[in-house]
Design a protein around this ligand. Structure first.
Ligand code: ZN
Length: 179
Protein backbone atom coordinates (compact mmCIF):
# COMPACT_ATOMS: atom_id res chain seq x y z
CA UNK A 1 0.00 0.00 0.00
CA UNK A 2 1.59 3.26 -1.09
CA UNK A 3 -1.35 5.36 0.00
CA UNK A 4 -0.61 7.90 2.70
CA UNK A 5 -1.76 7.00 6.17
CA UNK A 6 -5.36 5.91 5.93
CA UNK A 7 -5.42 5.44 9.69
CA UNK A 8 -4.76 8.56 11.77
CA UNK A 9 -4.85 7.35 15.34
CA UNK A 10 -3.43 4.41 17.27
CA UNK A 11 -6.16 1.86 18.05
CA UNK A 12 -4.51 1.12 21.42
CA UNK A 13 -3.95 4.60 22.91
CA UNK A 14 -5.42 7.07 20.36
CA UNK A 15 -1.97 8.60 19.86
CA UNK A 16 -0.98 10.05 16.48
CA UNK A 17 0.72 7.84 13.92
CA UNK A 18 3.88 8.73 12.10
CA UNK A 19 5.26 6.99 9.02
CA UNK A 20 8.63 5.37 9.64
CA UNK A 21 11.14 3.18 7.86
CA UNK A 22 11.84 0.34 10.30
CA UNK A 23 13.59 -2.09 7.97
CA UNK A 24 15.23 -0.70 4.88
CA UNK A 25 13.96 -3.45 2.58
CA UNK A 26 10.36 -3.22 3.81
CA UNK A 27 7.60 -0.64 3.25
CA UNK A 28 7.27 2.26 5.65
CA UNK A 29 5.09 1.51 8.68
CA UNK A 30 2.61 3.48 10.72
CA UNK A 31 4.08 3.84 14.22
CA UNK A 32 2.29 5.38 17.19
CA UNK A 33 4.13 8.44 18.52
CA UNK A 34 2.86 7.75 22.02
CA UNK A 35 3.14 4.02 22.69
CA UNK A 36 5.23 2.76 19.78
CA UNK A 37 2.55 0.39 18.45
CA UNK A 38 3.31 -0.61 14.86
CA UNK A 39 0.23 -0.82 12.65
CA UNK A 40 1.00 -3.35 9.92
CA UNK A 41 -1.31 -2.87 6.94
CA UNK A 42 -1.75 -6.54 6.16
CA UNK A 43 -3.44 -7.84 3.03
CA UNK A 44 -7.05 -8.98 3.06
CA UNK A 45 -7.91 -12.48 1.93
CA UNK A 46 -10.86 -13.17 -0.34
CA UNK A 47 -12.03 -16.73 -1.01
CA UNK A 48 -14.03 -17.37 -4.20
CA UNK A 49 -15.48 -20.44 -5.86
CA UNK A 50 -16.12 -21.63 -9.39
CA UNK A 51 -18.83 -24.28 -9.42
CA UNK A 52 -21.22 -25.51 -12.03
CA UNK A 53 -24.87 -26.62 -11.92
CA UNK A 54 -26.33 -28.66 -14.77
CA UNK A 55 -27.22 -25.29 -16.33
CA UNK A 56 -23.77 -23.78 -16.13
CA UNK A 57 -21.14 -21.89 -14.16
CA UNK A 58 -22.61 -19.99 -11.23
CA UNK A 59 -21.89 -16.25 -11.27
CA UNK A 60 -23.24 -13.47 -9.10
CA UNK A 61 -24.39 -10.13 -10.44
CA UNK A 62 -23.15 -7.44 -8.08
CA UNK A 63 -25.71 -5.23 -6.40
CA UNK A 64 -23.21 -2.75 -4.95
CA UNK A 65 -20.39 -0.47 -5.98
CA UNK A 66 -17.89 -0.84 -7.40
CA UNK A 67 -18.93 -2.64 -10.60
CA UNK A 68 -22.63 -2.80 -9.82
CA UNK A 69 -24.48 -4.94 -12.36
CA UNK A 70 -21.37 -6.82 -13.43
CA UNK A 71 -20.62 -10.48 -12.81
CA UNK A 72 -18.28 -12.01 -10.25
CA UNK A 73 -17.45 -15.36 -8.77
CA UNK A 74 -19.38 -15.86 -5.52
CA UNK A 75 -16.97 -15.24 -2.65
CA UNK A 76 -15.95 -12.84 0.08
CA UNK A 77 -13.55 -11.94 2.85
CA UNK A 78 -12.03 -14.62 5.04
CA UNK A 79 -12.73 -14.08 8.73
CA UNK A 80 -9.84 -14.30 11.16
CA UNK A 81 -9.62 -17.84 12.54
CA UNK A 82 -11.53 -19.31 9.61
CA UNK A 83 -9.85 -21.62 7.11
CA UNK A 84 -9.77 -20.55 3.46
CA UNK A 85 -11.89 -23.55 2.52
CA UNK A 86 -14.50 -22.80 5.18
CA UNK A 87 -14.68 -19.21 4.00
CA UNK A 88 -15.13 -20.25 0.36
CA UNK A 89 -17.96 -22.65 1.24
CA UNK A 90 -19.64 -20.19 3.63
CA UNK A 91 -19.52 -17.28 1.20
CA UNK A 92 -20.76 -19.35 -1.71
CA UNK A 93 -23.70 -20.57 0.36
CA UNK A 94 -24.52 -17.09 1.72
CA UNK A 95 -24.53 -15.58 -1.74
CA UNK A 96 -26.17 -18.31 -3.80
CA UNK A 97 -27.96 -20.72 -1.46
CA UNK A 98 -25.90 -23.60 -2.84
CA UNK A 99 -23.68 -25.93 -0.85
CA UNK A 100 -20.31 -26.91 -2.24
CA UNK A 101 -17.51 -29.40 -1.70
CA UNK A 102 -14.06 -28.17 -2.69
CA UNK A 103 -12.39 -30.14 -5.44
CA UNK A 104 -9.13 -28.27 -5.88
CA UNK A 105 -7.39 -24.94 -5.68
CA UNK A 106 -7.77 -23.18 -9.00
CA UNK A 107 -5.44 -20.27 -8.39
CA UNK A 108 -4.43 -17.31 -6.30
CA UNK A 109 -4.33 -13.74 -7.51
CA UNK A 110 -2.54 -10.70 -6.09
CA UNK A 111 -1.68 -7.31 -7.58
CA UNK A 112 0.93 -4.66 -6.75
CA UNK A 113 -0.47 -1.95 -4.48
CA UNK A 114 -3.73 -3.81 -3.87
CA UNK A 115 -4.91 -4.94 -0.44
CA UNK A 116 -6.90 -7.97 -1.55
CA UNK A 117 -5.41 -11.39 -2.28
CA UNK A 118 -7.94 -13.64 -3.97
CA UNK A 119 -7.96 -17.41 -3.62
CA UNK A 120 -10.18 -19.28 -6.08
CA UNK A 121 -11.36 -22.85 -5.58
CA UNK A 122 -13.00 -25.21 -8.00
CA UNK A 123 -15.88 -26.96 -6.27
CA UNK A 124 -18.76 -29.35 -6.81
CA UNK A 125 -22.29 -28.35 -5.89
CA UNK A 126 -23.67 -30.85 -3.39
CA UNK A 127 -26.98 -29.34 -2.33
CA UNK A 128 -29.18 -26.31 -1.79
CA UNK A 129 -31.40 -24.16 -3.99
CA UNK A 130 -30.42 -20.94 -5.73
CA UNK A 131 -31.59 -17.86 -3.84
CA UNK A 132 -29.76 -14.57 -4.32
CA UNK A 133 -28.81 -12.56 -1.22
CA UNK A 134 -29.07 -8.77 -0.89
CA UNK A 135 -25.57 -8.39 -2.33
CA UNK A 136 -26.72 -9.82 -5.68
CA UNK A 137 -28.99 -8.42 -8.35
CA UNK A 138 -29.24 -12.00 -9.57
CA UNK A 139 -27.48 -15.34 -9.71
CA UNK A 140 -26.72 -16.59 -13.20
CA UNK A 141 -25.85 -20.04 -14.50
CA UNK A 142 -23.78 -19.68 -17.66
CA UNK A 143 -23.02 -22.38 -20.18
CA UNK A 144 -19.33 -22.14 -21.20
CA UNK A 145 -20.14 -20.39 -24.49
CA UNK A 146 -22.47 -17.91 -22.72
CA UNK A 147 -20.04 -16.51 -20.16
CA UNK A 148 -20.43 -12.70 -20.23
CA UNK A 149 -16.71 -11.98 -20.81
CA UNK A 150 -17.29 -8.27 -21.44
CA UNK A 151 -19.36 -7.84 -18.25
CA UNK A 152 -17.05 -9.44 -15.72
CA UNK A 153 -16.36 -7.17 -12.75
CA UNK A 154 -12.70 -7.80 -11.98
CA UNK A 155 -9.48 -8.95 -13.59
CA UNK A 156 -9.45 -11.91 -11.19
CA UNK A 157 -12.94 -12.97 -12.31
CA UNK A 158 -11.71 -13.13 -15.90
CA UNK A 159 -8.37 -14.78 -15.13
CA UNK A 160 -9.92 -17.47 -12.93
CA UNK A 161 -12.64 -18.23 -15.48
CA UNK A 162 -10.01 -18.48 -18.21
CA UNK A 163 -8.00 -20.95 -16.15
CA UNK A 164 -11.14 -22.94 -15.37
CA UNK A 165 -12.08 -23.09 -19.04
CA UNK A 166 -8.59 -24.24 -20.02
CA UNK A 167 -8.71 -27.00 -17.42
CA UNK A 168 -12.23 -28.19 -18.06
CA UNK A 169 -12.98 -27.53 -21.69
CA UNK A 170 -11.11 -28.05 -24.95
CA UNK A 171 -8.96 -25.10 -25.98
CA UNK A 172 -10.88 -24.56 -29.24
CA UNK A 173 -13.96 -23.81 -27.14
CA UNK A 174 -11.96 -21.25 -25.14
CA UNK A 175 -10.92 -19.59 -28.40
CA UNK A 176 -14.52 -19.36 -29.56
CA UNK A 177 -15.19 -17.30 -26.48
CA UNK A 178 -13.02 -14.53 -27.80
CA UNK A 179 -9.84 -15.09 -25.88
ZN1 ZN B 1 -0.43 4.10 20.72
Amino acid sequence: MNKKAIYKFCPLCRGDFETKTLVRTEPQRLVCKECGFIFYLDPKLVACTIAQTINGIVLQQRNKSPKRGQWVLPGGFVDRGETLEEAARREFFEETGLETAIKCLLGNYSYPGEANIIIVYQSDIIGGTIRPCHESMSIGEFAPEKIPWDQLAFETTRKALERYMEKNYPSDLCLQNGR
